[in-house]
Design a protein around this ligand. Structure first.
Ligand SMILES: Nc1ncnc2c1ncn2[C@@H]1O[C@H](COP(=O)(O)OP(=O)(O)OP(=O)(O)O)[C@@H](O)[C@H]1O
Length: 352
């Protein structure tokens, strides 16, 4: 019997963003400081104290349409990495390519084009212009692009409708709640139809209920728009709800970049294991993630959907009498079987 390899990590053949050995060092002599670190030379303490290695030798590919979530403690380099990917800052070493083009070689015009046409950004602070209506705020990037008034208002109106703010076009930012203001920020970043969308803790200033609502809204938009998304968050629940892959950073380096399933089941380092220790694995691990070939004949009876989490399947895992439960992929093909004991362990919070 041939089993599908749906649960294997993706290899990305034509990434939208590709970074190779990217470094970003702040300080008076970053190139020298990078060379010292690469050579294993210990910089003298005075030089070391003057420099911060915010991004350390990061190599990463991001697939078209992928949602990559970046996590890590405060100061681990998440925002700096995103700034390197969008060339908001110049990198100290390595290359960042967008659709195969090294963005380090772009001149000023090329850079402006890249930011105005290809990349959208949303930050934690909404950054709305207080004296402009929200329609004007959303239309602003198109004004910068020189688009005529009628066309830009029409487009901005569509974006406001998309984020559920139709009817509020004439309001000023101060007349909206935090969640609504962030919706305006999202509409403004989408108005230029970016292929790549960077979001740096966009919901962290919102209270938990609104935050949840914004995540739902975001998932809806993600489904509609099919963009490549890089999203920073401190919140594991948020990451698990949104991510195709999660990159965990420590001291500027990526410790592990993997699917949520694999991050919790196969942490690559001690640090990742500790970082993810409090996560309820049953909510993360999907049947496909623990499917393996059957030990003997394929068990009779219905298969469970590989996309369901162990938590979703909780009742069945407890009551099913089969030692191995067949698991099917989204196309109906058999992925393998789920060991019921192992699934029970995950469900009850046992070691995995
Ligand atoms: N312009 C700068 N000049 C000097 N150091 C900087 C600069 N920007 C960032 N850093 C330093 O680089 C390191 C990484 O910062 P960064 O903001 O990327 O971390 P982060 O993971 O996004 O943190 P947070 O979660 O708190 O936003 C930190 O030590 C920070 O102080």
């Amino acid at each position: 019997m041939k089993f599908s390899d749906e649960d294997c990590p993706v290899t990305i053949s034509s990434p939208v963003i590709s970074c190779r050995n990217v470094w970003k060092i702040f300080g008076p002599n970053p190139a020298q400081h990078m060379a010292d670190q690469k050579n294993g030379a210990l910089p003298d303490p005075a030089q070391r104290d003057q420099h911060v290695t915010a991004v350390r030798d990061v190599t990463l590919d991001i697939a078209p349409g992928e949602m990559l979530v970046i996590m890590g403690l405060s100061g681990s380099g998440k925002s700096t990495l995103v700034r390197c990917l969008s060339r908001l800052i110049r990198i100290t070493g390595g290359t960042v390519s967008v659709e195969g083009r090294d963005i380090g070689t772009l001149d000023e015009t090329g850079l402006i084009e890249l930011r105005r046409r290809k990349m959208g950004m949303v930050f934690q602070s909404f950054g709305l212009l207080p004296h402009r209506t929200i329609l004007d705020n959303v239309a602003f990037p198109l004004e910068m692009r020189g688009q005529d008034r009628r066309a830009r208002y029409a487009r901005a109106g569509e974006m406001l409708e998309l984020v559920g703010l139709k009817g509020r076009e004439g309001y000023f930012p101060r007349e909206l709640s935090g969640g609504q203001q962030q919706r305006v920020g999202i509409a403004r970043s989408l108005v230029i139809e970016p292929d790549i969308w960077f979001l740096d803790e966009p919901f962290s200033a919102l209270d938990p209920l609104i935050r949840r609502e914004m995540q739902d809204e975001f998932l809806r938009l993600k489904g509609l728009l099919n963009k490549t998304i890089v999203f920073i968050t401190h919140d594991f629940d948020e990451a698990l709800r949104l991510a195709d892959r999660i990159a965990i950073m420590k001291n500027g380096a990526i410790e592990q970049c993997d699917t949520p399933d694999r991050i919790v089941l196969h942490p690559a380092t001690e640090y990742v294991a500790r970082f993810t220790a409090d996560i309820d694995r049953a909510r993360v691990v999907r049947a496909a993630g623990i499917a393996r070939p059957p030990s003997g004949a394929l068990p009779d009876g219905e298969a469970v959907a590989g996309t369901k989490t162990v938590r979703d399947l909780g009742r069945q895992i407890v009551t099913d009498t089969r030692a191995e439960i067949p698991v099917a992929g989204s196309d109906g093909r058999l992925l393998g079987v789920m060991d019921r004991e192992k699934a029970l362990d995950i469900l009850l919070g046992g070691a995995t």
